[in-house]
Design a protein around this ligand. Structure first.
Ligand code: CXF
Ligand code: ZN
Length: 376
């Protein structure tokens, strides 16, 4: 197989907008898989790297919530075959101490496999007329009509499902739902406070409903998101911007404090309110990426006296080979209606999609390569 032309949204240093352009993609090497992308979610992490705040090579193709159909496989690939429908998640090595016990989200090789913009040998699968284009973002770079990815990135799903909607299971949905279902292991009948009603927060709400939490409190300033949170299972929604004393308002609902809290905002005052709302023996999970130097919420004596804990959570502690099929089964049972979170755009409309996600006009933008037909 030869290199081929495909379309991608390419980020350039110092440019606010992505450029939609033609790039060349190499054929898959022995351990690689060529996927024809059908949909890809936009996650905040894509935009953090695009901003240049974290060192990364440019020009670059981002995108790490892809889904699509396997178009070709390398000689050493056995996990999938051509035509299989796959969700593409983060990349893990599968061999380190943490991967070998299923803690793949904490893979000891996470950074070089996901965040250096090239293969481990320094080459890139993507180029344009000028030269090399950084690829391999989260082992996928799926803001494109085709991508090269790896066995540990992919989870096969039922071909009868609307594949273009399932990319977010690979990051934001598994992060929110997994935080509640796996990291916090919220108990049936328990209470949980979820700060933030974006795609991660609302996935956490769906996860809490699946766990049959009795009290699900959501903090979210946008009214539309609070309404959707209620429809997805929240029992109480609070606009944090209209409260003078957020903790008292939460304690009116759960006088002894919540059994668990999850912050998706990384805002210091919100994390502090989450901490102060914890009941005895309760855990605060943190999934938002706080700027360097952000202080820890709470103080040590409050932590000790109540047996409380704070846990940072990556990708919902997901082991994707187990957890993504579990999430798909919940979708099929009507308990994880991801389509309620999603608005689709053409890949070439990426800049509008980002603007809408930032303004709150859309909760989770999913980009569909221009050659494909969106279903929602
Ligand atoms: C990322 C967040 C930063 C650490 C690696 C995983 N997850 C979602 O985008
Ligand atoms: Zn992400």
């Amino acid at each position: 197989m030869n290199s081929k032309k495909t379309n991608a949204a390419v980020a350039y240093t110092g440019e606010d907008d992505f450029r939609y352009e033609t790039v060349t993609i190499e054929p898959p090497r022995a351990d690689e898989i060529l996927v024809n992308i059908k949909g890809v979610g936009i996650c905040h992490t894509d935009l953090s790297f695009k901003s240049g705040a974290i060192p990364y090579p440019f020009p670059a193709v981002f995108g790490h919530e892809g889904s699509g159909v396997v178009e070709a496989i390398g000689d050493a690939v056995t996990k999938v075959k051509t035509g299989d429908h796959v969700v593409i998640t983060f990349r893990s090595c599968g061999a380190c101490e943490l991967c070998s016990v299923g803690d793949t989200a904490y893979c000891q090789n996470f950074w070089p496999l996901n965040i250096i913009g090239c293969r481990e040998d320094g080459t890139s699968s993507l180029s344009n007329d000028v030269g090399s284009v950084a690829s391999n973002f989260f082992g996928q770079s799926s803001f494109a009509a085709h991508t090269i990815t790896y066995e540990h990135n992919i989870v096969k799903i039922d071909p009868n499902l609307p594949i273009e909607l399932f990319g977010p299971l690979g990051c934001s949905v598994q992060t929110g739902a997994g935080a509640v279902m796996r990291s916090l292991r919220a108990r049936k009948g328990s209470s949980i406070l979820i700060a933030g009603g974006g795609s991660v927060g609302l996935s956490a709400v769906m996860g809490a409903a699946i766990q049959q939490c009795a009290t699900i409190i959501v903090l979210e300033p946008f009214e539309g998101r609070r309404e959707l949170a209620k429809e997805l299972g929240a029992t109480h929604c609070i606009d944090p911007t209209s409260e003078d004393d957020l903790v008292s308002t939460i304690k009116e609902i759960v006088p002894n404090g919540v059994n668990n809290a999850l912050d998706t905002t990384a805002l210091p005052e919100i994390m502090e309110a989450c901490f102060d709302s914890l009941g005895a023996n309760a855990i605060l999970g943190l999934v938002g990426i706080a700027p360097p130097g952000t202080p820890m919420p709470g103080n040590l004596d409050d932590l000790f006296m109540g047996g409380k804990g704070i846990k940072s959570i990556v990708e919902g502690d997901s082991n994707p080979d187990e957890f993504i099929p579990e999430l798909v089964a919940h979708y099929q049972a009507g308990k994880l209606p991801i389509e309620r979170l999603i608005k689709t755009y053409k890949l070439s409309e990426i800049n509008q999609a980002i603007a809408d996600q930032k303004s709150g006009a859309c909760l989770k933008a999913v980009l569909i390569p221009d050659s494909e037909e969106p279903s929602v």
